[in-house]
Design a protein around this ligand. Sequence first.
Ligand code: PAF
Length: 281
Amino acid sequence: MKIIRSPKRLNQALFRARCQGKRIGFVPTMGSLHEGHLSLARRARKENDIVVVSIFVNPDQFGPREDFKRYPRDLKRDEALLKRVRVDYLLVPSSRSIYPKGFREFINPGPRARYLCGPKRPGHFRGVATVVNRLFTIVQPQAAYFGLKDYQQAKVIEDMVQRFALPVRIKTCPIVRESDGLAMSSRNRYLSKKERILARGLYQSLLEARRVIQSGHRSVSRIKRVVRGRLLNDVSKIDYVEMVDPESCAPVKRITKRPVLVAIACFIGTTRLIDNLLVKG
Ligand code: PAF
């Protein structure tokens, strides 16, 4: 695995592969890798000739009071994990190479950013869309891989790819969970032992939502009440519990026969966690 810090150098390195018609698969990450990221890299390995992973903790997608400074960074460990998956190139760009002086070309994240985490984290999806767009320009992959724990992020990026007619296929991969159901996330590292036990409540609440929906309940407000009640056994603050259309990410008014995405964001202590479950009506 070659570790490359300069986007220009990566572009040069990939030039020959591109000319030979090789397929490039790309996994953008913010590092502090876990099994969820590795499942993306493994799938990229299976489906492409060349696999590129990037590690860049993107300052632009964190709010002023969020955890940018504290976000876990562990490059040595990440390198070792990626080598085992046989990644070809690891891009670790500097902030300056992603956001050159005077950079103003921010990307409008589109309508799907209006819901769920959008209003709760102002500017977050603009930051994500902008950095992913920059990284796509540098890597020019045929396929890019995103995990469904960040379901809304994947949808925002699919929409951006469509609006800009970018020649990249977005491939989404299932959430990878710990044995007790907690969705893997770099932020799980913030949890104390006691909080880690409480964090089971997220997935349990999603399962409760599915049980209530599949037992025939149709009222969104009633289901939300049940889920909130279950969630509050464990979490200190609920950011949202929503039932949304899986395509647009907009809240649904009533449960119908169509699939619905149940999405949760909440705080365990000071750690904000998200999770979701697609439920067939
Ligand atoms: O999901 C992430 O880790 C980040 O949002 C991404 C897609 C790498 C953009 O910074």
